[in-house]
Design a binder for this molecule. Sequence first.
Ligand code: MRU
Length: 369
Amino acid sequence: MKIGDKNYQSIWLDESDPSVVKVIDQQKLPFFFETKELRSVDEVFSAIEDMTVRGAPLIGAAGAFGMYLATLEINSRTNTREHLSNAARYIISCRPTAVNLSWAVSYVMEKLNPNLSQKSLSATALNAALEICEKEKENCRQIGKHGLKLIEKISRKKNGEPVNILTHCNAGWLACIDYGTVTAPIYFAHDKGIPVHVWVDETRPRNQGAKLTTWELGQNSVPYTLIPDNTGGHLMQQKMVDIVIVGSDRTTRTGDVANKIGTYLKALAAFDNDIPFYSAVPSSSIDFSISNGVKEIIIEERDPEEVTHITGYADGKIQPVRICPEDTVAANYGFDITPARLITGLITEKGICRATEKDIKEMFSDKFK
Ligand code: MRU
């Protein structure tokens, strides 16, 4: 994606120093555009944990680069097998819900033969991490191509009126290395001259919609309106939403979708108002080993302070402000599960399918055991 006149991914290897992984610091956006250098497994862990990097495909890529950095820590006294499996376990433990993290770390691990030299392990890990980035970018491009057809179809019926798309959280290029899963179809439609308008849920408590999705769409001149999270139902009743498209952190083989907390409520409102509800899901976000999202997906619980405080920009700096009594007890569940029956379809890199085991199996037969 272009920021000013420079092309960026949300993660990349420093060209001048290959022991450094660079990321866009998402904690600072939209107030400051800053990059951060990650030089060790610990720094990768912290960046994922404090959400300097966030979004399912990006944390997967960061985890893969983390394994590359782990290979750089090997010296003649290292028990390589133990070191690599400890690093993998540690990185995977960082955030439990998005399957991309364990998928990407395991992908790199499978390629690493601990009997090989440090040099060759590093080269292999780096190639695998770069390969994951390229694959995710291509997945988003393909999701964009398939999702565009949905937007085109709606647009044809609207006689030049904008297609109103509601989205939750940030499933844009920041979350996905480039293009984004939800945003790729939107960017492609916008670039083709199809009028689109995006309702952006603010996405409490961390406000990824308010801070990141608005910023991304604005950078690309896509018309949008920021709304409080509770507004979607009203807009749907008033026929002001044509389609809902959300991302996914983990989708079961049966089509249940774990995504940012609040997604389920949007799906219920969409279902009640007969509005198409799609999840844009690269195969790296599908957990082909599980069938029941509510029972089998671990929902991350985060620091209650993210609920009792809101972080914003004042007096030239980013700072938290308490919004409730000092001793307030708060709960902070990061994700929820939207059952497949509420989902019109999944937009994947291979095409659009219904959220059923049968359709997902037809599309990804090689992944089913
Ligand atoms: O907690 P986050 O910000 O990492 O959660 C991200 C989301 O829920 C996104 O919508 C999801 O990762 C899909 S990203 C393509």
